[in-house]
Ligand binder design. Structure first.
Ligand SMILES: [Zn+2]
Length: 529
């Protein structure tokens, strides 16, 4: 009896450990009870509490307002978020997740905020939960989280029509949906299904024609009037929530997107209108998520769909875009009992980690589009890249490997004497940069590079000069006098070589920039910064 009890207790411990929660740190900011009870404002407050509790990891931006004037926020998570400079921030990979597009799917906003806190704690403890190295992933990646895309709908489902604060908005809502079923609503306060309201224009690579799935969706619409669900809107992107998301989804070079919906425990990935190689890539990512969650991959639908946020994203970027439908329960708002069961039991917490991991390799292309010298996005073929440039402006550059963030032209500088600077560049803004090493060696400095501090140091018989790449600071010691100055415009890197603005370098060396002859070769140089 005694032995049986011990065996039973041991088994219980094993079961509890294998479920997972035991290995996570205790809640500090985010907990499911609080999320279950929260208003839309309460969800945003939790996001702001994450920012104030973990200021080195989290920053928040308001990206738009709902029909009823409620803020829609984006939370960004990465290591040392406040130390970002143009240099290290653009070098990081950006990925995005969102939740709360559909009103009644009330579980996901707090789940995605919980993920943020769990990742921070895991990175701080270097605990490698689930075998993921959160710390490394968050040092290389910026995870963007839009926790609640449809705050009006969230409140309408949980608290009824009385939650609308703007009198005209409430009057209109009462008129269009006088007897709405509170716990079934998917729409926003205008009775528009936001996930049918996104612009949905894609390129047919073989013909070069643009196809507008939203405009062509007439036959498949289920309603022409504001409704609890499936009303696509009177015009495309008519809703402020849609507009905010559309702007944000293209405002970074996002390498992948996961949109959290409910219900069904299924994953939508099938998108054949962008060609087979896109479909294969998206499928491989979706399969990975299905393995982790034990959710089912949805087979192709025989009914054409349109206006999804994921379609808008993939039509424009050709990067992985997946919809994950959480929870098995058809009851809304989602019952509290689902929260732990889905988050831990179905390992939902792993999904953004997997997104960060997979986008290291998925969806990198050789045709890079630049606009005014700045990198925008890469595309899988010349035809596609040219079509986007024709539509939105910019120019296409072909090269393999990671994108560089700025483009410049090679220049040759003839000095007043017999010497030439061979390794200079002119940026798209017209600033000429000289290579730190080349020019200081020309003036007999001995040079050293301190990689961990990102500093270059030059020593001559009279002076010591140090260039701090990270902080854009120049330090000069001459006759025991120390002078510090900001380097403007900032220094840039080309394949690890430090480039200084010509004016700055010549000023430090005490030489005139008059009588220089600068010849452009026209050859493109891709800058790391
Ligand atoms: Zn949904």
């Amino acid at each position: 009896m005694h032995r049986q009890l011990r065996r039973f207790l041991l088994l219980l411990v094993v079961i509890i450990l294998s479920i997972g929660p035991a290995s996570f740190s205790a809640d500090t900011v985010i907990n499911f009870n609080k999320g279950y009870a929260a208003t839309a404002k309460g969800i945003n407050d939790m996001a702001y509490e994450l920012e104030s509790t973990y200021p080195d990891w989290v920053e928040i931006e308001t990206i738009g307002y709902s029909v009823d004037g409620k803020p829609i926020v984006a939370l960004r998570l990465t290591e040392n978020i406040n130390q970002k400079t143009a240099f290290d921030y653009t070098q990081k990979r950006h990925v995005i997740i969102d939740a709360g597009v559909h009103a009644r799917e009330t579980i996901n906003p707090v789940l995605v905020l919980k993920m943020v806190e769990d990742y921070i704690k895991d990175a701080q403890n270097d605990a490698h939960l689930g075998g993921y190295n959160s710390r490394t992933l968050l040092s290389e990646t910026v995870l963007h989280v839009i926790p609640n895309v449809n705050p009006d709908g969230f409140d309408l489902v949980k608290f009824g029509a009385g939650s609308l604060v703007t009198p005209e908005v409430k009057t209109y809502f009462d008129r269009i949906l006088p007897e709405y079923r509170q716990n079934r609503l998917k729409a926003n306060a205008n009775g528009v299904d936001l996930n049918r309201n996104f612009e949905d224009v894609y390129l047919v690579e073989t013909s070069g024609a643009w196809v507008d799935q939203w405009q062509q969706s007439g036959f498949y619409r289920r309603t022409d009037e504001p409704d609890e669900d499936f009303f696509k809107g009177y015009s495309v992107a008519s809703e402020p929530e849609t507009q905010a998301m559309m702007d944000y989804l293209l405002s970074y070079d996002f390498r992948g997107y996961v949109s959290f919906h409910s219900m069904g425990q299924v994953i939508y990935y099938f998108t054949d209108h962008l060609g087979t190689s896109y479909l294969k890539m998206n499928e491989s990512f979706a399969k990975r998520l299905a393995d982790i969650t034990n959710y089912m991959l949805m087979p192709p639908s025989d009914q054409p769909e349109f206006g999804y946020s994921t379609y808008y994203f993939s039509n424009n970027t050709y990067k992985p875009a997946i919809t994950v439908e959480t929870t098995p329960t058809i009851e809304f708002p989602t019952p509290l009992t689902d929260y732990n069961r889905e988050y831990y039991g179905r390992s939902l917490w792993k999904i953004p980690l997997e997104l960060m991991l997979q986008t290291k390799a998925l969806g990198y292309y050789d045709y890079k589009v630049y606009n005014e010298g700045a990198y925008v996005r890469d595309y899988p073929s010349k035809v596609i890249a040219d079509a986007f440039v024709k539509k939105f402006g910019g120019e296409v550059h072909y090269y393999k490997g990671d994108p560089s963030y700025r483009i410049a032209k090679e220049v040759l500088i003839k000095m007043p004497g017999p010497q030439y600077l061979m390794r200079s560049i002119k940026s798209s803004e017209g600033v000429v940069y000289v290579e730190f090493r080349e020019i200081f060696e020309m003036f007999s400095y001995r040079l050293a590079w301190v990689p961990e501090a990102q500093k270059g140091v030059g020593i001559s018989d009279a002076n010591v000069v140090s260039v701090d790449i990270k902080n854009h600071e120049l330090l000069k010691i001459q006759n025991h006098n120390i002078t510090r100055s900001k380097i403007t415009p900032p220094p840039v890197l080309i394949e690890g070589r430090v480039m200084l603005p010509l004016d700055v370098a010549f000023d430090v060396l005490g030489i005139s920039t008059e009588d220089l002859i600068i010849v452009e070769s026209g050859k493109n140089i891709y800058l790391d910064l």
